[in-house]
Each structure stands twice: as C-alpha cells, then as structure tokens.
Write a new protein. Sequence first.
Length: 124
Amino acid sequence: MRKITVDVLMEIHLIAIESGDKEEMKLRYAVRDQGTLEYIADRANRINDELDRAAFLLYSIANYHPFVDGNKRTAILSADLVIENYIIDPSAPESDALIRNIAAGQLDELQIKEWIKTKLVKYP
C-alpha cells in the first residue's frame, strides 16, 4: 500500500489546482493548516483497508480544509490514489454534491465508504 506523506498530498494538490483558473495557480503552494495536513497523512497510513483509507482522505481533506483552495478536488484525487486498480467514476453526476455535503459536515466516513463502493470503475 502506498505511503501517504505531506509531500504526496502536496503533489496531489498541485495537480488539483492546475485544473483550475489562473488566479488559483497563485494559491498552489498555500497550506492553510500544516498540522492538519500532517495529521491527515499520519492517520491515513494507519488505515490498512484501502476503501477505509480512501473514505478517510476524502472526508478529512474536504472537511478539514488543510489547503487555502482546491480541497474538494484534492480530496477526490487523494481517495483515487489509494484504491488500487480502480478509480472513483469521474462521470458520477452526484460527485460534486457529495463533496459539498462532506465539506458541510453532512456525511461521515462510513457513508462515504459506501458511496465509493458504488462508484468504483476498473482503472483502464
């Protein structure tokens, strides 16, 4: 299982921010809370089940906002990273609403894990 580090999360964040507009690029290295980022990386590595780990990353990054901008995009990409041979269906129409509900504190990790299970597609 791939080790999650602050550097890995920063790389994922850079990819997420690059998909945004020019103004967002100014924030690509802006971490809002370094301690939260370190906590997320450390705790993720203590989770052995890949779906539990994906749900934790999705929940934690979207809910705790360790970055100034791009948290929701970084959350979904981070979850994808830890699921071997599968990705979360990028065409799932409710993905955006799910991420917004997580950020609003309306879903827990178990609910997120169940959603992820229904949206997995084999990695091409």
